[in-house]
Design a binder for this molecule. Structure first.
Ligand code: PMP
Length: 391
């Protein structure tokens, strides 16, 4: 007799295990009437609902339609795309740029198309860089977090090496030692790929990014990736660097060649966001200030946090269950925060992630302190005693 097995049973069993480990994730649709104060999004400058961006998107749709209609190399490049590329390059301080339909795809393209002989990757890097390393099919050395000496050692004797790092790390919110990394990379004749997803719009003068602030954005060995979906309030990504790099991407990057071009509305909104940043350079300073104040509140309450370099503020709680409960407590206080658990963060580093949005008002900051006080009271301070025993 043929025994029928449920082909999905193994998935159900794995889901049960994730449930037991506190690792289930839920999609919580936002509604137009949402009342929670947003400290969970990446809308660092509060531009995603700015009428000027909406107008840019609407105008782009009127002129170019709702879809880009094809891959960039066929019909998916409009004048809007090339103008946006020029503006992004000018803003970040690189000679040229190429836009993608997401930052994720921009990272895959940048890592793989450089055809590295060796990749040296910080262990805190974003998943899209890690996936780029996997697709690059070359040796990868993962170095301890922000360890320049380890990068130097890994590059010894290497050929065609690429060092890959986030500028601002997406959960811990700290800044990579870009100047030091650049010096090491230059000494070894290597390339430095910097993901500015969390830095653009927040770090550097007027939000031009961490590479600009470090004075290395236009250096020939520096390649920068950005997303249009965080500070710029739109959707999409870009790779910026020397013309030789951009030509290589256009000819060979699979996530460029085989993907439909960025939607006109997204390009229009991103271009409008660059206008806003040029007119209001203080937005970047304000986002950093709000982040510092959120971190100071958490610290004063005895919660573990970091000194934020940009808008990202972690509150480290250790165990995933404790982090989920803390996020619920914040929601009960009217504040929506991010909740990060493995595999998004290392084991034992589950945390809340708060966004220091530029538009946060005084009363809202007070509200957040109330929520964090609730977290502190119900959960207790993070310490070695109550940390995840598996850590
Ligand atoms: N890099 C980093 C550091 C990110 O945090 C993200 C998005 N979370 C990306 C790249 C991907 O960008 P996008 O969302 O535009 O695909």
């Amino acid at each position: 007799m043929i025994r029928r097995v449920d082909p999905l049973e193994r998935l159900t069993a794995a889901t049960r295990e994730r449930t037991a480990a506190g690792l289930r994730r839920t999609l919580r649709p936002r509604t137009p009437a949402q009342t929670l104060l947003d400290l969970a999004s990446n809308d660092y400058l509060g531009l995603s609902r700015d009428p000027r961006l909406a107008e840019g998107a609407i105008e782009a749709v009127r002129t170019w339609g709702t879809g880009s209609t094809g891959s960039r190399l066929v019909t998916g490049t409009t004048e809007l795309h090339t103008a946006l590329e020029e503006r992004l390059a000018g803003f970040v301080g690189t000679p040229s740029a190429l836009v993608f339909s997401s930052g994720y795809l921009a990272n895959l393209a940048a890592v793989t198309a450089l055809r590295p002989g060796l990749i040296v990757s910080d262990r805190g890097n974003h998943a899209s860089l890690i996936d780029g390393c996997r697709l690059a099919r070359c040796p990868v050395v993962v170095t301890p977090h922000c360890d320049v000496a380890a990068v130097d050692a890994a590059l010894d004797g290497a050929r065609d090496a690429v060092v890959v790092t986030d500028a601002v790390f997406s959960v811990d919110g700290d800044l990579a030692p870009l100047r030091e990394l650049h010096a090491v990379v230059r000494d070894h004749g290597a390339l430095l790929l910097i993901d500015e997803a969390h830095a653009l719009g927040v770090v550097g003068p007027g939000g031009r990014g961490a590479a600009y602030a470090a004075g290395i954005a236009g250096e020939p060995e520096v390649i920068i990736t950005v997303t249009l979906s965080k500070s710029l309030g739109s959707q999409g990504g870009a790779v910026l660097g020397a013309p030789e790099v951009i030509e290589t991407l256009v000819d060979t990057a699979r996530s460029f060649v085989f993907d439909t071009g960025l939607a006109p509305a997204s390009a229009g909104a991103a271009a409008a966001a660059l206008d806003v940043l040029a007119a209001e350079p203080e937005l970047a300073t304000r986002a950093r200030d709000r982040a510092r104040r959120l971190a100071a509140s958490a610290d004063a309450l005895g919660l573990e946090t970091t000194t934020p370099a940009a808008a990202v503020v972690p509150v480290i709680l250790g165990d995933p269950g404790r982090a989920v409960r803390a996020a619920e407590i914040c929601a009960e206080h009217g504040v929506r925060v991010g909740c990060f658990r493995p595999p998004s963060v290392p084991q034992g580093r589950a945390c809340l992630r708060l966004t220091g949005r530029a538009t946060l008002e005084e009363a809202e900051l007070t509200e957040v302190t109330g929520a964090l006080t609730g977290v502190r009271e119900l959960i207790g301070p993070y310490s070695a005693r109550n940390a995840d025993p598996t850590r």
